[in-house]
Design a protein. Structure first.
Length: 203
């Protein structure tokens, strides 16, 4: 585990808890309790802090975390695979998934450590329907997504199948990312393109 990940352990969470004002302590406590109640849906031993109204559908799939992370209110997560090919959602330590974000996994979505995914984002590794080309070819409708460590995704962004977003990248709000982006990229637009390079960012 990276040294910077130590800020997301149980001891660090306890320190953050006591530093909060009273009304925030109640919200924090409820998110812990919701996470405990959802432990049966998480296929690892780490706590996931859950907001209110989070919906998780899991069939022939697994949700794997490698440290404490946050799923905020109203998120919808579906990890639905096949018996011969289970689906996997990996969420890294310290990652924060914003309100009402939707993650649909038919094969594999990997989200790295310390990522910030804003509200109302959409991450889908499938097109959900088959398109038949004029020559009869059937392009694949499912391709894995990889969001590497320390990526910041702005609100209302859409991450499409087969995409890899390199570490320490920033995706501007409202972007539609349909092809790979190298590390340290500043990404914006519909369709999204690399408009600059950044040295680093911190939450």
């Amino acid at each position: 585990m990276n040294n910077s990940d130590s800020g997301y352990g149980l001891r660090a969470l306890a320190l953050k808890f006591w530093a909060q004002p009273r009304y925030m302590k109640w919200q924090f406590t409820w998110s812990i309790l919701r996470g405990i109640l959802r432990l049966h849906q998480i296929d690892s031993r780490y706590l996931v802090l859950m907001g209110a109204g989070v919906k998780i559908a899991k069939r022939q799939g697994r949700i794997i975390t490698n440290g404490v992370c946050i799923v905020r209110p109203g998120c919808r997560i579906a990890v639905v695979g096949k018996k011969e090919q289970p689906a996997y959602l990996h969420i890294g330590v310290g990652t924060d998934i914003g309100d009402r974000t939707i993650i649909n996994v038919s094969q594999c979505v990997k989200i790295g450590a310390r990522c910030s995914i804003s509200w109302d984002c959409d991450i889908n590794d499938s097109d959900f329907h088959q398109v038949i080309m004029a020559d009869g070819q059937r392009p694949p409708i499912i391709k894995s997504i990889a969001i590497e460590d320390d990526v910041w995704i702005g609100s209302h962004s859409l991450i499409l199948k087969g995409v890899t977003i390199g570490h320490h990248s920033v995706v501007a709000a409202g972007s539609v990312v349909h092809h790979d982006m190298p590390p340290y990229s500043l990404v914006a637009g519909n369709p999204a393109r690399r408009i600059g390079q950044i040295s680093d960012w911190q939450r």
